[in-house]
Design a protein around this ligand. Structure first.
Ligand code: GAR
Length: 205
């Protein structure tokens, strides 16, 4: 008997190129999953249009309409549960999730961060990388725990930081790698090949 496909709930705040890479990888049958819903926290997020163009349910849960984080997250949880989501995929979602959300989907939330964690966590990774003067940066896919960008690491990819880089040029180089490793990490999850042991994620053969 074949197992049921994972149902992804993808959360975005902006242009949604990471979302697009997942949509495209599913289209090429490199990821054996279905995107059940795309949620954004802002009505202007272009990710909504990418989802609609691909025939995927897209909903804005507008953060501005909620006074506090918890009712906002409860609304996110309700949308995700209504859609039957089994794996939450944070794709440029620029909000920190509280333990209420993280516990609800414990072990079933992935994030991509545009730096080589544990270096340069937070919302301004490229700026921080350039200010520090490191020669190598990259991206990290990790499971989400209750900290910020601190959960067990699934995959990473490195890129050089070049003289004269700006946040835009470095960001574009990193993004190319994001679009490769995020679909790969999701597919590993779908194949049941990610075994989490404390901080370590083993990739099973
Ligand atoms: C990506 O670079 C992603 O790694 C980053 O936001 C960008 C979203 O791009 N995420 C974070 O910084 C999370 N803290 P996109 O909207 O084109 O997918």
């Amino acid at each position: 008997m074949t197992e049921a496909k994972q149902k992804l709930g993808v959360l975005c705040s902006g242009r949604g190129t990471d979302l697009q890479s997942i949509i495209d990888a599913i289209g090429r049958e490199e990821v054996d999953a279905e995107i059940a819903v795309v949620l954004t926290d802002k009505p202007e997020a272009f990710a909504l249009q990418r989802a609609e163009r691909a025939g995927i349910k897209a909903v804005c849960v507008n953060r501005k309409q909620y006074e506090d984080r918890e009712p906002f997250e409860e609304a996110l949880i309700e949308e995700l549960e209504d859609a039957g989501v089994t794996l939450v995929v944070l794709a440029g979602f620029m909000r920190i999730l509280t333990p209420v959300f993280v516990r609800h989907f414990a072990g079933r939330i992935m994030n991509i961060h545009p730096a080589l964690l544990p270096s340069f966590p937070g919302a301004h990774a490229h700026r921080d990388v350039l200010a520090y003067g490191v020669k190598v940066s990259g991206c990290t896919v990790h499971f989400v725990d209750e900290g910020t960008d601190s959960g067990p690491i699934i995959l990473q990819a490195a890129v050089p930081v070049l003289d004269g880089d700006t946040e835009e040029t470095l960001g574009a180089r990193v993004l190319e790698q994001e679009h490769i490793i995020y679909p790969q990490a999701i597919q590993l999850y779908c194949e049941g090949r990610l075994q989490v042991d404390g901080r370590h994620v083993r990739i099973l053969d």
